[in-house]
Design a protein. Sequence first.
Length: 271
Amino acid sequence: MVNIGHYIEIAIEWLVEECAGFFNVLNVCVEGFINSFQLVLYTIPVYIFIPLAVLLAWWKSDKSMGLFTLLGLLLILGMGFWEETMQTLALVLSSTCMALLIGIPLGIWTGKNERCNRILRPILDCMQSMPAFVYLIPAVLFFGLGTVPGAFATVIFAMPPVVRLTGVGIRQLSETAMEAARAFGATPRQLFFKVQLPLALPTILIGINQTIMMSLSMVVVSAMISAGGLGEVVLKGITQMKIGLGFEGGIAVVILAIILDRVTQGIAQKR
């Protein structure tokens, strides 16, 4: 019998003991990053936030999406979940930013280096196919309970799409455009920033959209480790057998997901 779990436990326990200082510093930094998003979202009054969100949805999508955003946010406000929605949105935005800071450079690397692509592909497959709940275990051991382990698990779970699609965008560039840029004397730096990156940007934006949606789904699961937000509302509905409360939290999550999805899709399509 091969007891792989035993060796994984030994490795994680070693990391917890030997790298405790590093994880404490990382915990403080990530918590401050998340709190800054929450502070901004809490500071904006509801009567300003909703019109801004409606205008953004109207501008980047269409009139019907603007109307949906207005009605959806008013419904969330009427159900009394505004603070939880802002917590969830702050955790989604902060986790997405961290996932993009790591994922986009990795995607560019895989697009330019076939060996790196072959090495990272099975790792990304594992990250995407691993059950989401498994990521909560090391997150709690490294950071305890709260928003930080939720963000840690979310980053790991949501990062693969942007890595894959960034690599695909770089690899599928037109060779004709590349040769034309070289013929005009473009340096490698100019070739990347003025030709490769702009041409690959629509595909990268689709990857960002998928990362945001996966972050939202994982943030809800992270309520099991006290990450808060709408996931906690859904979790209370499950654990306390309050069907109405669970559905209300689920409806709020769906509204937020649709708004984020349509806005980011609109940005990608218009780009």
